[in-house]
Write a protein that binds this ligand. Structure first.
Ligand SMILES: [Zn+2]
Length: 310
């Protein structure tokens, strides 16, 4: 039997066919941020159906479908996702009507990425770990002896809304200075666009054919490798605040491991370069060891893997 793991992100919906804890086939499509549950369910259905068709298998061969969402699952199994414009939406009910004989579970995406990395990835073997996923926003979770800490009111994955310091724009949550307004892919892109608006020349514009709205994190990290001034400034700023976020986590939880996942984790070498050392310089009692800081083994696929096992 196969399972299907789906990671609904703020930018894309990623869907994977999983066999014996391995993703054997993957497909994704852009997320429509319309606040329209029917549109989202339709997109998920088209991804599932396409995966079944391409692999020549029937829905009866799927033991369960797990879905990670960038928000919270309410007690009545409805979901609320700020950045998808969904509130108390009946996603599970609608999908269950489409696939009545398959077990369907929905969970927060950060929680699932944490589970995926804990069971099969780079958090394996640690008793106390924190995962942070750097993507469209920032998610994450704490895992203690194999149990993800849900929190009484299920706000546990909102590490992206920890206040770091004041920023030049407000967060979608309404506050100012949230971690994700400094260290998410969206934040890096926004900062690069700001520098370009201020008149700085950059390779990044060539790479996106002068379409500022097409700038993505990969283009910026590529330009950083080519020592583009704007990219270097944006990535250095991102890393400065990543250090602050990690220092806060260590001061509060002091975990054995901090695992960085999400789309940005594809640029592993750039993120890890000097990171542990700079964190160590800033933590209190720094004559002691600090958490191992690692990149997720499954990078942006940790959520698919986690979703496939709930
Ligand atoms: Zn916020």
């Amino acid at each position: 039997m196969y399972t299907i793991g789906i990671d609904v992100g703020g930018t894309s919906i990623k869907c994977g066919l999983v066999d014996s804890q391995k993703i054997v086939y993957k497909k994704s499509k852009q997320t429509t941020k319309s606040g329209n549950l029917d549109g989202l369910v339709k997109d998920i259905k088209s991804l599932i159906d396409s995966i079944l068709r391409k692999n020549n298998i029937k829905i009866e061969s799927i033991s369960r479908i797990g879905i990670g969402i960038p928000g919270i699952v309410n007690k009545d199994e409805t979901i609320t996702c700020l950045n998808l414009g969904l509130k108390n939406s009946q996603m599970k009910l609608k999908l269950q009507q489409i696939y009545p004989t398959t077990s369907i579970s929905i969970e927060n995406d950060g929680t699932l990425a944490t589970l995926g990395e804990y069971k099969y990835g780079n958090m394996r073997g640690y008793n106390l770990g924190v995962m942070i996923t750097l993507g469209t926003g920032i998610g994450g979770s704490i895992i203690v002896n194999g149990n993800v800490i849900d929190g009484l009111y299920r706000r546990n994955s909102e590490i992206g809304h920890m206040t770091i310091e004041s920023n030049y724009f407000d967060c979608e949550c309404g506050n100012n200075g949230c971690f994700e307004t400094f260290c998410s892919a969206t934040a890096i892109i926004k900062y690069v666009q700001k520098l370009i608006d201020e008149g700085y020349d950059s390779l990044i514009l060539d790479k996106c054919h002068n379409k500022k709205e097409d700038i993505n994190a990969k283009i910026i990290f590529d330009a950083y490798i080519e020592k583009d001034r704007v990219a270097v400034e944006a990535i250095n700023r991102f890393k400065e605040y990543l250090v602050k976020g990690i220092v806060n986590i260590i001061h509060f939880i002091d975990p054995e491991v901090i695992c960085i996942g999400g789309g940005i984790s594809n640029s592993e070498d750039i993120i890890l370069d000097g990171l542990s050392q700079r964190v160590k310089e800033k933590v209190i009692y720094n004559d002691r060891d600090i958490a191992d800081i690692v990149i997720a083994k499954y990078k942006n696929d940790a959520g698919i893997l986690g979703a496939s096992i709930i």
